[in-house]
Design a protein around this ligand. Structure first.
Ligand SMILES: [Mg+2]
Length: 121
């Protein structure tokens, strides 16, 4: 099972600034059985509020430097963090997560889950 952590600002469409990860992409990952949530510099209460406002039920919210605690909490075999800054990359590495820049996403991070919306040709 894969756990996917999303940064918010610069990563999620509802972040400030907005990123490219859509609510639909998060819902699709969840449907595939992924454990999904956010790891951001925003306070936990604010992250909970944002997901609620956008009607997505996430499995966790975390502070970005506490990804290791999220890893301990769930029984996942793979851990992924998606973010937009070097700090995301740094904290992901510290916690042993695979890291992807939101602007450099591969076609499929996990099988059957294109994180990015299909590109216009
Ligand atoms: Mg960010």
């Amino acid at each position: 099972m894969t756990l996917i952590s999303f940064d918010i600002d610069g990563t999620m469409v509802f972040g400030s600034p907005p990123g490219t990860i859509t609510l639909d992409a998060v819902r699709r990952a969840k449907k595939l059985g992924c454990i999904v949530g956010s790891a951001s510099d925003r306070p936990i209460s604010n992250q909970i509020q944002l997901w609620a406002e956008h009607d997505v039920e996430v499995d966790f919210v975390s502070l970005k430097h506490r990804l290791d605690e999220i890893k301990d909490r769930f029984d996942a075999t793979r851990h992924v963090h998606i973010g937009d800054t070097e700090m995301d990359k740094y904290f992901a590495a510290q916690a042993g997560f695979d890291f992807y820049f939101v602007h450099e996403l591969p076609d499929e991070i996990i099988e059957g889950w294109p994180a990015a919306e299909p590109r216009q040709l």
